[in-house]
Design a protein around this ligand. Structure first.
Ligand SMILES: [Fe+2]
Ligand SMILES: [Fe+2]
Length: 156
């Protein structure tokens, strides 16, 4: 069953997804650090655990996104919206706060990532457009095929 978005459980699923996702990236980062520090065994331990955290995060996503609602159009739209939010709201606010606190390094990092989020949003938007156009063309082909089939069946 997919949780309803108004419930506490839905919020908990989102929080749990966030936590597992973070654990995944953090452990990959720690693996890199362990390798840099010359400890291959601990690096591998972090990599293996990171892979399991990805599966934990995916299990939460399966409950957050109802399978029947996820079309190609919808997943591209969800991705574009997320990147636009980062580009237009999250990073600009974070940058301003970093400037206000005199943290030039963080401000610079936020500005750079805002730009990359914008690029990602545009890539997703373009992919959605291409997919839409392709679908229309395929639709036309399917219509023509059905019309031709009808003619054949009618003996025309
Ligand atoms: Fe986990
Ligand atoms: Fe991004």
């Amino acid at each position: 069953m997919t949780a309803f978005s108004s419930t506490q459980t839905f919020k908990n699923l989102e929080a749990a997804f966030g936590g597992e996702s973070m654990a995944n990236r953090k452990y990959l980062f720690f693996a890199k650090k362990a390798r840099e520090l010359g400890n291959e065994e601990i690096a591998k331990l972090f990599e293996e655990t990171a892979a399991q955290e990805t599966q934990h995060a995916f299990a939460h996503l399966d409950l957050i996104f109802a399978k029947e609602t996820l079309t190609i159009e919808r997943i591209l739209e969800l991705a574009e919206n997320g990147e636009r939010y980062e580009n237009m709201k999250m990073y600009p606010e974070f940058e301003q706060q970093a400037i206000a606190e005199g943290d030039a390094e963080a401000a610079h990092e936020f500005r750079e990532q805002a730009e990359e989020s914008k690029e990602h949003a545009e890539i997703f938007a373009k992919a959605a457009k291409r997919f839409g156009a392709l679908k229309r063309v395929e639709g036309i082909h399917a219509d023509r095929y059905l019309a031709a089939l009808k003619n054949v069946k009618a003996g025309k």
